[in-house]
Design a protein around this ligand. Structure first.
Ligand code: GUN
Ligand code: FE
Length: 445
């Protein structure tokens, strides 16, 4: 009989499509040495009892309680690691003022590598405790600090995609926190790619470097060009912010006489490995461009309430076949939990559908067909994020990475249907209910 490295017995929920989930009441999820789900055995399969018995004898069987459920680990598709100390603070100003007043001064502190280590250890542990097995991180301009983030991911067992932030436009960045020139921004980015590749020699859980122009206003045309060239040279993911707010959307129009998305595209930054945060001000032209180029949107519904100046029409974005996932955008978003962001994604979509100005008649107030279900929000946090990162994760299926969370349902009243159970898990799970977390087959919590 084939030997597995771990076997988990229990019930699971997994995304099936953008609107459907699948439920399995009982199964053996069998993991291999390289951290993949190699086989899923149903109770009706002839070798269920035998595999279970061998797993038990080898002490590699984990059997879940009746109120526990296995879900794919969540993928945070947009988070600023250095902003963790500000999570829950300072959300009283629009984006451009918020950056200058609260965010750049905090990020500048990561010059101090010891401070970086302290914060990044805490953040990575917190995200794992909330069921987030993969994160697409913005770091800071400081490579020593960015390496501490990568080390924290390796040490605590999280799959990290990490970017050295490039920001060299002296007109839109403070002199105490900027890359000294376009050349420096690009050279430091290339150095970080090499440093991370070296660090990866020491670990099975690879950390991926990401080309990270902060956003169009922070960068000069020369750095955008150089970063686009690096993205092509190394075939790496790209991340940035695109049309996040009225101000950002207007900046490109004013300075380049182009749409924000077209500026990024002109410099080779809109690839099929690109993830653009927010996109609340994108128009039909931009959706078509994203769809054609294979660019993903990281929807950050909590942050959007403060900075987006609009609700992202998720159904419209998905209808344009644009890959879409979910992000916390710490600290533009106050919560490290993707459960909270799943809830906000549903709630914001309902506000978009109904509209919010009670002085307008109901038929003029909202945008029809905008509401998303909690199943769609779950899809964004799992499979949508995995597709955006070209990751074989986000789903419980043979051949997928074993990036998993086990959560328990405390409130077991009114759970007659599996949809009831699923909805309660999405709306009521807190950090305390996330009992086990696996990344690439390793139990990390
Ligand atoms: N645009 C440029 N930088 C940032 C940032 O740190 N957070 C958010 N939400 N938007 C940005
Ligand atoms: Fe952001």
């Amino acid at each position: 009989m084939i030997s597995y490295s771990k076997v988990i017995e229990g019930a699971s929920f997994s995304p099936q499509s953008q609107t459907e989930i699948s439920y399995q009441p009982q199964q053996l999820i069998c993991l291999d040495d390289s951290g993949y789900i190699t086989r899923i055995i149903a109770p009706t399969d002839s070798d269920y009892a035998a595999v279970k018995q061998v797993a038990q004898e080898n002490d590699i069987l984990t059997t879940l309680r009746s109120n526990q459920y296995i879900l794919p680990g969540f993928i945070d598709l947009h988070i600023h690691a250095p902003q963790w100390p500000n999570a829950g603070l300072a959300l009283d100003r629009p984006l451009n003022e918020w950056l200058d007043t609260y965010t750049f001064p905090l990020e500048a502190k990561y010059q101090d590598t010891a401070f970086a280590k302290l914060v990044y250890d805490d953040l990575v542990k917190e995200l794992l405790a909330n069921g987030t097995t993969t994160a697409l991180y913005f770091g800071t301009i400081h490579n020593a600090a960015n390496l501490e983030l990568a080390k924290a991911c390796i040490q605590h067992g999280q799959r990290g995609f990490i970017g050295k932030v490039a920001m060299d436009n002296p007109e839109q960045t403070p002199d105490y926190y900027q890359d000294a020139s376009a050349q420096v921004a690009v050279d430091q980015t290339e150095q970080f790619i090499q440093q991370l590749n070296e660090l990866n020699q020491t670990t099975n859980l690879k950390q991926t470097p990401v080309i990270t122009p902060r956003f169009v206003p922070s960068c000069t045309p020369a750095s955008l060009q150089g970063l686009g060239d690096l993205a092509r040279k190394y075939d790496l993911p790209v991340q940035s912010h695109c049309s996040e707010s009225n101000w950002e959307n207007g900046y490109a129009l004013e300075h380049y006489h182009m749409r924000d998305a077209d500026v990024l595209n002109q410099y080779g930054l809109l690839t099929d490995k690109a993830v653009m945060a927010h996109g609340t001000q994108l128009n039909e032209h931009d959706y078509d461009l994203f769809s054609k180029q294979g660019v993903a949107v990281a929807h950050c519904p909590i942050s959007n309430v403060y900075f987006g100046n609009a609700v992202l029409p998720v159904n419209r974005v998905l209808a344009h076949h644009v890959k879409t996932g979910l992000g916390t955008d710490i600290s533009g978003g106050y919560s490290p939990s993707l459960y909270q962001n799943i809830r906000q994604a549903v709630m914001s979509s309902r506000l978009l559908q109904d509209g919010v100005d009670n002085q307008l008649s109901a038929d003029k107030r909202g945008v029809p067909d905008s509401g998303i279900s909690v199943k769609t929000a779950f899809y964004l946090a799992t499979l949508g994020g995995a597709q955006s990162l070209h990751l074989q994760a986000g789903k419980i299926a043979e051949g997928r990475l074993a990036d998993l969370q086990v959560v328990s349902l405390q409130n077991n009243f009114q759970t007659e249907t599996t949809d009831n159970i699923f909805e309660k898990l999405m709306y009521q799970t807190s950090k305390a209910d996330v009992d086990q977390v696996y990344v690439q087959g390793e139990r990390v919590r």
